[in-house]
Ligand binder design. Structure first.
Ligand SMILES: NC(=O)c1ccc[n+]([C@@H]2O[C@H](COP(=O)([O-])OP(=O)(O)OC[C@H]3O[C@@H](n4cnc5c(N)ncnc54)[C@H](OP(=O)(O)O)[C@@H]3O)[C@@H](O)[C@H]2O)c1
Length: 344
C-alpha cells in the first residue's frame, strides 16, 4: 500500500485527488495539509468524502508528517513544491507537483513567467515532465514529476500526432481553448463571481498566458524545432471541462488524418480517438481521466482541425497526477482511474 501525502488538500485539485484516491486499490492518503483549515476533519469540509476519510484531519504543512509518505502531491500554487522538494526527496519521498515548478525545463523561462527564481535548478534538471503519452518510460524512473497544466495537456495531445509526423506548418499553429471556472481554483476573484462568470463567455490572458511557454516547449520537442503558436484561453460558464479547438496548415494535404491519430494513440489507455466526423463534448469526459479527440479537415481548406476535450480536474490535473504516481510505483497505469464520465 502506498502512503500518500497531499499538500493543499482544500483546493479543487486537492479534493479531486481525495475523490480519486478513495477508489485506488493500492494507495491510501496518510497526510493532508491546509494552513487555513488545520484541525478540521476532511469529511467536515467535504461531506462527499464522509465514510471514506472519517479519520483524516487537515494539518499544517510542517506538522503533517509528509516525510513519512511514499509520495507527496503538491496541489498548491507555484513556488510551494520547489521550496520543499529537496528535503522530501532526501527523505526518499517521491513528488508529483500539480503546479508549474517542474514543468519548464529552462529555469530562466520559469523565472520570466512566474516572477520568482527557481529554488532548485538541479532538481528541475532531473525531474520529468509528466505527460505519460510522451514520457512514460522516464516517468517510471522519476523521483520528481512536473504534472502538466490543464490546457497544455489538451493542446499538446491534440497537436502531437501532426507534429511528430511532420505534416503541418509549425509556424501557424492556433489553439482556441475554453475552460470551466474550476480551472481557476477555489478562490474568490471578481471574474469568478456567479454574476460575472455565468451567462457569459470571455477571453482572458490574451496578451500572454503562463501555459503558452509550457505548450510551446512540448510542441517544439515533438516537432524537432521551435513552433509559432497563437493560444487564446476563454472562460465558459461551466464548472468542469476544457475544450481545445486546434488548427494547423497541412503541408501534406493527402495525409490520412484519422489513420494518423488512431495509430499514434493505439493502446493509450486515456486518449480516445473518436470516429471520423465526430464532435466531442466536455460532458463525455466529466469526472473521468479520458481525453477525447476528433480530427477533421474542414471542407475547402488545407487545414487540420483537432477537437480535444478533457476534464481539467482529472486528465488536466489530479487524474493525470495519479496516472504518473502509478507509473512511478510500477502499478497498473489505470489503477483508480477507471471511472467513466458522469452524465448528464
Ligand atoms: N484547477 C485546475 O483545473 C488545475 C488544473 C491543472 C493544474 N492546476 C494547478 O494545481 C495547483 C492547485 O490548483 P487548485 O485549483 O487546486 O488551487 P486552489 O483551489 O486555489 O487550492 C490551493 C490549495 O493550496 C493550499 N495552499 C495555498 N498556498 C499554499 C502554501 N504557500 N503552502 C501550502 N499550501 C498552500 C491551499 O490551502 P491553504 O491556503 O489552507 O494552505 C489550498 O488547499 C495550482 O498550481 C494550479 O495551477 C489546477
Amino acid at each position: 500500500m502506498i502512503d500518500v501525502g497531499i499538500v493543499g488538500g482544500t483546493g479543487y485539485t486537492g479534493v479531486e485527488l481525495l475523490r480519486l484516491l478513495a477508489q485506488h486499490p493500492d494507495a491510501r492518503v496518510r497526510a493532508i495539509t491546509s494552513r487555513k483549515d488545520a484541525g478540521t476533519r476532511v469529511p467536515d469540509m467535504f461531506p462527499s468524502l464522509r465514510r471514506r476519510y472519517d479519520g483524516l484531519v487537515f494539518a499544517e504543512p510542517d506538522k503533517a508528517g509528509l516525510a513519512d509518505c511514499d509520495v507527496v502531491f503538491f496541489a498548491t500554487p507555484h513556488g510551494v513544491a520547489m521550496a520543499q522538494a529537496r528535503e522530501l526527496v532526501s527523505a526518499g519521498v517521491k513528488i508529483v507537483d500539480l503546479a508549474a515548478d517542474f514543468r519548464l525545463r529552462d529555469p530562466a523561462v520559469f523565472e520570466r513567467w512566474y516572477r520568482m527564481p527557481h529554488a532548485c535548478p538541479d532538481l528541475l534538471a532531473e525531474s520529468v515532465y509528466g505527460l505519460p503519452e510522451v514520457n512514460r518510460e522516464a516517468i517510471r524512473k522519476a523521483r520528481i514529476v512536473g504534472n502538466p497544466g490543464c490546457y497544455p495537456t489538451a493542446v499538446q495531445l491534440g497537436f502531437l500526432p501532426l507534429l511528430e509526423a511532420g505534416v503541418v506548418d509549425t509556424r501557424h499553429l492556433i489553439a482556441d481553448c475554453k475552460s470551466g471556472v474550476s480551472g481557476a481554483g477555489r478562490k474568490t476573484e471578481m471574474n469568478l463571481l456567479f454574476a460575472e462568470a455565468s451567462d457569459n463567455f470571455a477571453a482572458y490572458g490574451v496578451k500572454g498566458h503562463r501555459h503558452h511557454p509550457e505548450i510551446a516547449q512540448g510542441l517544439a520537442l515533438a516537432a524537432g524545432s521551435p513552433v509559432s503558436l497563437a493560444f487564446t484561453p476563454h472562460l465558459t460558464p461551466a464548472i468542469r471541462g476544457i475544450f481545445a479547438t486546434l488548427y494547423a496548415p497541412l503541408t501534406g494535404p493527402e495525409t490520412d488524418l484519422q489513420a494518423l491519430f488512431e495509430k499514434r494513440y493505439a493502446g493509450e489507455p486515456f486518449v480516445d480517438v473518436m470516429p471520423a466526423g465526430s464532435a466531442p463534448d466536455t460532458r463525455s469526459v466529466r469526472a473521468s481521466n479520458m481525453l477525447r479527440i476528433a480530427v477533421h479537415r474542414p471542407a475547402g481548406t488545407d487545414l487540420a482541425m483537432v477537437l480535444a476535450v478533457e476534464d481539467n480536474l482529472v486528465k488536466g490535473a489530479a487524474g493525470q497526477a495519479i496516472q504518473n504516481m502509478n507509473l512511478m510505483f510500477g502499478l497498473p497505469e489505470g489503477a483508480g482511474l477507471e471511472a467513466l464520465a458522469v452524465l448528464p
